[in-house]
Design a protein around this ligand. Structure first.
Ligand SMILES: NC(=O)c1ccc[n+]([C@@H]2O[C@H](COP(=O)([O-])OP(=O)(O)OC[C@H]3O[C@@H](n4cnc5c(N)ncnc54)[C@H](OP(=O)(O)O)[C@@H]3O)[C@@H](O)[C@H]2O)c1
Length: 372
């Protein structure tokens, strides 16, 4: 008789918006138990515990990480706290799943990584998008070479966010700005599918509080591929991603970070652009007949449909999507791994190096002494 392994016991550090979603997501992850919540205030911890039926409610993050029953902590605080809160967990020997971005800067991320490696404790950035089934499918299609050599990737992520100079989106002291918040997704997608870029350049609109309310990034790669990415706190963008290769194109339908369908279109391997048109227009009777047929009702649509070889794959995510990253962490912990191969620490670091570079280009610096 095989025995069921004991559940992985999760603690959540911080009780804000994403913490609540994560608590819901965890409900559909087999072999997990949401064991404890840590908040800066007893009342918030208790309220969270009541709503999500959490056995332990702690009125400090320190108390949470000292609970010997907690196997792994989900860090759900604003960006500027990630470094401090990850180190708190790692020093207590707790595995960590930390919200994105892993830290505010590459050097802060490096400290987290060094600590995780020194303590031999699991650590991962909570880039949930990478674990969505259809993002995994896109990765497989590309790695198999089914759309040929990748030439372009475009991805934009934005929706209007109410302006409040105090909130974490606009307040520089909380690490505000589109790049660190929404820009994490297109950048992480480009890294996942195309690898590390050779060069990066960007443009940003810095608003009244000094953070980038909109920004765009151009990444170029060794083989000639180009990624065009953007993020916005102001515009409702298409929130779609498109990857074009030499023999096919994939569209990740919106929202690309949590897709429920993708479309794959095979493209002619022949060059589409030629210096002269190889097509000669029909003349005389043939041309007149062709034109008359084209005018018949519905003919254009049928012809387009026959020409369009696009295949659409549907796969509705189970749960709210955050469950997939939690399942990956559970699996890594059960296998005794210290990192996930899908979201390795080195890649979180490289993405922050790109973010550092972009902010440097725009003159966007965060206060040296970020308040915790
Ligand atoms: N994966 C996603 O889809 C997604 C979506 C949204 C956000 N995020 C990430 O998750 C993190 C948190 O975002 P959120 O939207 O959940 O933020 P939020 O609603 O403001 O919640 C953050 C929580 O952190 C704690 N906290 C500690 N120090 C704080 C401070 N100085 N100011 C404000 N809160 C502080 C608070 O919990 P206590 O009062 O209980 O201590 C607060 O409720 C961010 O890094 C963000 O990038 C990810």
């Amino acid at each position: 008789m095989t025995s069921t392994p004991s559940p992985i016991r999760w603690g959540i550090l911080g009780s804000g918006a994403i913490a609540r979603q994560f608590a819901q997501g965890l409900r559909v992850v087999p072999g997990s138990q949401l064991w404890a919540i840590g908040s800066r205030a007893a009342a918030t911890a208790e309220e969270f515990a009541r709503i999500y039926q959490v056995p332990k409610a702690y009125s400090s993050y320190q108390d949470l990480v000292e609970d010997p029953a907690v196997d792994v902590v989900y860090v759900a605080t604003p960006h500027l706290r990630h470094q401090h809160d990850c180190l708190l967990c790692l020093e207590a020997g707790k595995a960590v799943l930390c919200e994105k971005p892993l830290a505010m800067t590459a050097s802060a991320a490096q400290e987290i990584i060094d600590q995780a490696r020194q303590q031999q404790v699991f650590c991962m950035e909570a880039m949930w998008m990478r674990f969505m089934p259809l993002i995994q499918r896109v990765k497989q299609i590309i790695d198999k070479g089914d759309i040929g050599e990748i030439l372009t990737l475009t991805a934009e992520f934005g929706y209007p966010t109410e302006f409040d100079p105090q909130n974490r989106f606009f307040n520089p002291a909380l690490g505000g700005g589109a790049l660190l918040d929404r820009g994490s997704y297109p950048l992480s997608l480009a890294f996942y599918l195309l690898g590390e870029p050779l060069a990066v350049t960007g443009q940003a609109y810095l608003g009244n509080t000094g953070v980038d309310e909109q920004s765009a990034y151009l990444l170029s790669y060794g083989g000639g591929a180009i990624a065009q990415l953007s993020a916005s706190l102001r515009a409702y963008t298409t929130n779609r991603a498109t990857i074009t290769g030499t023999t096919g194109r994939i569209i990740i339908h919106p929202p690309f970070c949590r897709p429920d369908h993708i479309s794959i279109t095979p493209l002619s391997p022949e060059p589409v652009v030629t210096t002269h048109s190889p097509y000669r227009s029909p003349t005389g009777l043939k041309a007149r007949l062709e034109n008359q047929v084209k005018q018949l009702p519905g003919v254009k649509q049928i012809a387009n449909r026959l020409r369009d070889r696009t295949q659409t794959l549907w796969s509705a995510p189970v749960g709210n999507g955050l469950n997939y990253e939690a399942a990956e962490v559970n699996q890594c912990l059960r296998q005794g791994l210290l990192e996930s191969s899908i979201m390795p620490l080195e890649e979180s670091l490289r993405i922050l190096q790109v973010m550092d570079k972009l902010r440097q280009q725009w003159g966007l610096a965060y206060p040296q002494d970020l308040q915790i």
